[in-house]
Design a protein around this ligand. Structure first.
Ligand SMILES: Cc1cc2nc3c(=O)[nH]c(=O)nc-3n(C[C@H](O)[C@H](O)[C@H](O)COP(=O)(O)OP(=O)(O)OC[C@H]3O[C@@H](n4cnc5c(N)ncnc54)[C@H](O)[C@@H]3O)c2cc1C
Length: 459
């Protein structure tokens, strides 16, 4: 038999189950070469890189358990894949699609280059419930408003490729040319060194497919039924915690969809998954989502330059306990509860009048679940600059949000020990009781609100 291996290139799909590229590759009956490429141009924040390191190790362990190996290489992805295909005599290269502008550009060029050399190149779906180009208005235009998008999406079948991990995988024997390119784990350069700030991430997370499955099962069994009522309360910890697992493809949205559908009250939770698809479809149509105001009138906004205010916000030292709790949770664990993300985003943009892009960048560097679609979409939504956004004059009151969504201060006490001794009533406004040892508010709420409204009116 003529042996020409099939390359499976893993990118945002660190799983063996429900992985169409891997599955289709096995059907060719040729030995596999499994690849990950550390592309320095991949533009990933520090916390997400920490996760990527864990994702690579977890996938490598799962492949080892099947008798195989994961080849981790470095360099511009297109060049690396082409040279591996050439050096190994591969007959086919398979991958699951990604939807960010740089990734798409690379993949399109690579596909054409491989095909020109007679190598089969095929891509599959697996990161979204629906391909972005399938959810369209009657005239074929993309939706700009989430509710309309989701109504249309719900009439379409989900891209459900659901298969257990393959029982048996046949791997190519070591190929010297490939071995020479391999990057050893100590040279991945994904983990922080001096200082090692990732202790909180290690305590909070273990990346991997098995962990994603366990989390999904636990969520659907214990929390989904009450999700609509509990999801806004950060102290309850009743949301799924799946965002980073979805980001790195340890689990597919289709699997989440199927499992949630089979459990009580899925609608609200599935709608949140719909926001994720919406974000990617928005990025698909708007590659500069992270840099351009979707509502151009905001280009004239006079954002403040306030390095001190920005630093206070980043470090969780604004003097508003709920804002500070969120920013410290983010720094420590790499995530922040969704309700609190909305509060801190609104605070930066409206109370401090700092450009939303500053916040987007900070989140991009510190979130383990950062993705280039959800993050800018949600920032534009919070800032009022997005197409489907809350109006700019709707200014979240961090004190009322705190009283409403953390009424007993349980979440605040967890992250802001300086105010932990205050009563449930005073913990939301420590300045009113002269709380020592905690920073004074960087801005007065009423003044900040008036300033934001004036800036908006001036537009
Ligand atoms: C300013 C801001 C920035 C954000 N940046 C990101 C980001 O970079 N990456 C990210 O995954 N989410 C982002 N979100 C959305 C949301 O906060 C997180 O997805 C959520 O907190 C993750 O927790 P969970 O997995 O427990 O969510 P659950 O409540 O269990 O929701 C299930 C899944 O639905 C998806 N989802 C939920 N809400 C949203 C949303 N508003 N937008 C898009 N997808 C959503 C996520 O994949 C999530 O895992 C951001 C929100 C805000 C307000």
């Amino acid at each position: 038999m003529n042996v020409s291996p099939t390359i499976v290139w893993f990118r945002e799909d660190f799983r063996l189950a429900d992985n169409q590229a891997l599955h289709e590759a096995t059907l060719l009956g040729q030995p596999l070469i499994c690849l990950v490429i550390l592309d320095d141009a991949a533009n990933m924040g520090a916390a997400a890189q920490w996760w990527l390191d864990g994702a690579i190790h977890a996938l490598a362990a799962d492949l080892r358990a099947k008798g195989g190996d994961l080849h981790v290489l470095r360099g511009p992805a297109r060049r690396v894949v082409e040279s591996v295909a050439q050096a190994t005599g591969a007959g086919a290269v398979f991958w699951n699609r990604r939807y960010d502008p740089n990734g798409r550009e690379t993949d399109t060029a690579l596909k054409a280059a491989l095909q020109a050399r007679g190598v089969v190149a095929r891509s599959f779906s697996g990161a979204l419930l629906h391909e972005p180009w399938t959810v369209r208005t009657q005239s074929g235009a993309p939706y700009k408003i989430f509710t309309a998008f989701w109504r249309a999406a719900c009439t379409l079948p989900v891209q459900a490729f659901l298969r257990p991990a393959p029982d048996r995988l046949v791997f190519a024997p070591p190929i010297p040319a490939l071995e020479a390119l391999r990057v050893p784990p100590e040279q991945y350069r994904l983990l922080p060194t001096a200082p090692d700030w990732a202790g909180g991430l290690r305590a909070a997370w273990k990346p991997g497919e098995a962990q994603a499955r366990a989390r999904l099962t636990d969520f659907c069994r214990h929390h989904q039924a009450e999700y609509a009522q509990t999801r806004d309360f950060p102290a309850m910890e009743t949301t799924s915690g799946l965002s980073a697992f979805l980001r790195f493809g340890h689990i597919s949205p289709a699997r989440v969809w199927e499992t949630a559908q089979a459990s009580p009250n899925p609608d609200k939770f599935l709608t949140e998954l719909g926001w994720r698809d919406f974000a990617w479809s928005l990025l698909f149509e708007t590659p500069d989502l992270a840099s351009r105001n979707l509502r151009p009138e905001f280009d004239a906004m006079k954002w403040r330059t306030d390095p001190k205010g920005l630093a206070a916000w980043q470090r969780g030292r604004t003097g508003y306990p709920l804002v500070d709790a969120g920013m410290r949770e983010l720094w420590h664990t790499g995530v922040m509860h969704n309700r609190v993300r909305m509060v801190v985003a609104s605070f930066l943009v409206k109370h401090l009048l700092i450009d939303w892009r500053e916040g987007e960048r900070w989140f991009a560097d510190t979130l383990v679940d950062y993705d280039p679609a959800s993050n800018p979409m949600n920032w534009q939504w919070s800032a009022g600059t997005g197409v489907d956004a809350a109006p700019y004059f709707r200014i979240m009151n961090p004190i009322l949000q705190s009283r409403k969504f953390d009424p007993h201060g349980i979440y605040i006490r967890r992250w802001v020990p300086e105010v932990a001794h205050l009563s449930d009533k005073d913990i939301h406004t420590p300045w009113e009781v002269g709380c020592r040892g905690y920073v004074a508010p960087v801005v007065d709420h009423a003044e900040a609100r008036a300033r934001a409204l004036a800036a908006w009116k001036a537009l």
